[in-house]
Design a protein around this ligand. Structure first.
Ligand SMILES: Cc1ncc(COP(=O)(O)O)c(C=O)c1O
Length: 401
């Protein structure tokens, strides 16, 4: 057996092969599917061995809060797919973003953040960072002029989400990465909405990519998880001690589920993106709908940026605004017969939510207005059902039949 086959980490493989085989490390039993190492601790042949491993003088696992063979297979596979040097898996997407921001930051540092972020990220930046003596500069992520102003003085990090939750705004990753680097900072991209199938931030100049694996990577609504991807030296120097000693690690079981999810992610994400396109086009002609936001449609205000960063598809997420306002949105949601009301996304099942009263309810009205979100908007995560059935469900719910 060749080393490539044994270790499953060949850099020669094309992306789809990495998704199925990347990071695969077989035990002495030669199992076909990846093994689930559902153990918290590890045993040693001798106290000398234990002491050497714990001192870092000998390789080997120590404790699953630090690392675990199944979790490691997931981390290696995702790093290969992303084109990143390394990865750390976390218990949720928010554990990834929290670790990423808190572990390296120092009092006096400055973070630049777009206003168009998932609300829990906003919470960390608004509530936790000031307590730690960190300044946050807010801007509209799609406005490069604001980025130019914000990067005139040094920054430690910039955090962006593109396409953003919930209105699918775009940030020009390459242009922003250049500006942030000139200000001495590092760019973190939350790539949840696109997934690594449709957008590759590291190739566009990002330093770090963060994920909620709860979404497209699991893809079937089973587990919570997250991931941080970046350079090995940075992970080791800036995140590793925090990760080991504060315990945001992913459970081996969840890692195993998501590792298997990666094998089919390419097929699922591409199909969901194709389905979303069909549905977005159908809804755009519906007389009850004021506006549809879909990254793949040319009427999206940031379509050109999306098209250059996500050339193979607009993704599985879309949003639409109802002419009848918030009451009409609730009435429509109440009439749905197929699509589930849920704040999750990236699932095989189509899921719908009313962001102003759910995912973005903690924002003030003023903050929602600043990102163009009012109660007329509904966010749809398109799944793997027949898109005709999903479109018909929205249409019948809008018609009020
Ligand atoms: C864009 C984005 N980032 C991060 C998260 C957080 O992920 P998790 O729920 O796994 O903590 C979410 C969750 O909805 C999200 O939509």
């Amino acid at each position: 057996m060749t080393e490539d086959r044994k270790k499953g980490n060949s850099s020669k493989w094309r992306p789809q092969t990495m998704m199925v085989r990347g990071g695969l490390t077989r035990s002495e039993h030669g199992e076909t599917s990846e093994a689930l190492f559902l153990n918290s601790g590890f045993v040693y042949d001798s106290p000398e061995e234990q002491s050497a491993r714990m001192a870092g003088d000998k390789p080997g696992y120590i404790y699953s809060r630090y690392a675990n063979p199944t979790v490691r297979m997931f981390e290696e596979r995702l790093a290969q797919i992303e084109g990143a040097e390394d990865c750390r898996a976390t218990a949720s997407g928010m554990a990834a973003i929290h670790t990423m921001l808190v572990a390296p930051i120092k009092p006096g540092d400055r973070i630049i953040a777009q206003r168009q972020l998932f609300s829990s990220c906003l919470w960390i930046l608004k509530n936790l960072m000031p307590k730690m003596g960190v300044e946050v500069t807010w801007l509209d992520g799609s406005d490069l002029g604001q980025w130019e102003d914000a990067t005139r003085k040094p920054c430690r990090f910039a955090l962006i989400e593109t396409p953003s939750n919930p209105l699918l705004d775009a940030v020009d990753i390459r242009a922003v990465a250049d500006l942030v680097h000139n200000a001495g900072g590092e760019l973190i991209v939350d790539n949840v909405f696109a997934s690594p199938i449709l957008q590759r931030p590291i190739e566009l100049g990002a330093d770090w990519v963060v994920y909620s694996t709860t979404k497209h990577m699991d893809g079937q609504g089973r587990t919570l998880g997250g991931a941080i991807l970046g350079k090995t030296s940075k992970i080791v120097d800036e995140l590793q001690q925090y990760y080991r000693h504060t315990g945001p690690s992913m459970s081996p079981f969840n890692a195993w589920v998501v590792l298997k999810g990666l094998e089919t992610m390419d097929l699922r994400v591409r199909r969901m993106s194709d389905n979303a396109r069909v549905i977005a086009d159908r809804l755009a002609t519906n007389p009850k709908i004021k506006a549809v936001r879909y990254p793949g449609r040319s009427d999206h205000p940031h379509h050109n940026t999306h098209a250059s960063q996500m050339p193979e598809g607009g993704g599985s997420m879309l949003a639409f605004s109802l002419k009848g306002g918030g009451d009409a949105a609730f009435a429509m949601l109440n009439r749905l017969g197929l699509i589930d009301i849920s704040n999750n996304l990236g699932d095989a099942k189509s899921l719908i939510t009313h962001p102003a009263t759910t995912t973005h309810r903690t924002l003030t009205e003023h903050e929602r207005a600043a990102i163009g979100l009012d109660d007329t908007w509904v966010r749809l995560s398109v799944g793997l059902e027949d898109p005709e059935d999903v479109a018909e469900d929205v249409e019948q719910a809008l018609a009020g039949r």
